[in-house]
Design a protein around this ligand. Structure first.
Ligand code: GSH
Length: 197
């Protein structure tokens, strides 16, 4: 049965899943969701009303981290969590850091839209904690050996951060920035670049 992905064009979480689908060379149909006007079909698949949701036959799967784990279990090759306990842990940790950047970048975006300075400031303080940890990990080579789930989450989160808040936010993190730039050449990353604002 064909895979269907409910998503929005700029969702950082959706991008993470799309990178993994591309890396695993899996065909799927993408269904673009209007979050202001959810269809009954989407609401049935997504109890929390969020994207992304992957539908495989009769099974609807959310959230993005669980979708990626499902794809790994259902379609193990090529592996997206590296080899061995340490690499798996590293992918999961990067996934958490990448999702944290994504979550807080979304929060800051909406806070700015309603001119809520303190909420945006709080979100940015949280973003910088995660970016500092990512910078430390890239700079000390505490990173994944094989590209996979963790890398995809960091690219999704940081890509969305730059899209919504500008490149300057990464200035204090040169190692992370150059790692991100290098990933742009990867076909799964290039093919999933979000459209401009
Ligand atoms: N933890 C979830 C987060 C998903 C999420 O927050 N998606 C946003 C779009 S980027 C959404 O659907 N927001 C709509 C809402 O919260 O009502 C995941 O990893 O899938």
């Amino acid at each position: 049965m064909a895979l269907r992905l409910f998503n929005t064009a700029r969702s950082p979480f959706g991008r993470k899943v799309r990178i993994i689908l591309a890396e695993k060379n899996l065909a799927y149909e993408e269904v673009t969701v209007d979050l202001q006007n959810r269809t009954p079909e989407f609401s049935k698949a997504s109890p929390l009303g969020k994207v992304p949701v992957l539908v495989d036959g009769e099974t609807a799967i959310f959230d993005s981290t669980i979708v990626v784990e499902y794809l790994e279990d259902a379609f193990p090759n090529p592996p997206m969590f590296g080899v061995g306990v340490r690499q798996r842990l590293l992918h999961r940790t990067l996934d958490e850091l990448g999702d944290h950047v994504a979550d807080q970048a979304v929060t800051a975006f909406y806070a700015n839209q309603r001119s809520d300075g303190p909420a945006a400031e709080q979100a940015f303080a949280r973003i910088h904690k995660a970016l500092a940890e990512l910078e430390r990990r890239v700079a000390t080579n505490a990173w994944t050996v094989q590209f996979g789930a963790g890398d995809a989450a960091v690219i999704g989160g940081c890509g969305y951060l730059v899209l919504r808040h500008g490149e300057a936010v990464l200035k204090p993190y040169p190692a992370l920035q150059s790692w991100l730039n290098a990933q742009d050449a990867r076909p799964s990353v290039a093919a999933t670049r979000p459209p401009p604002n």
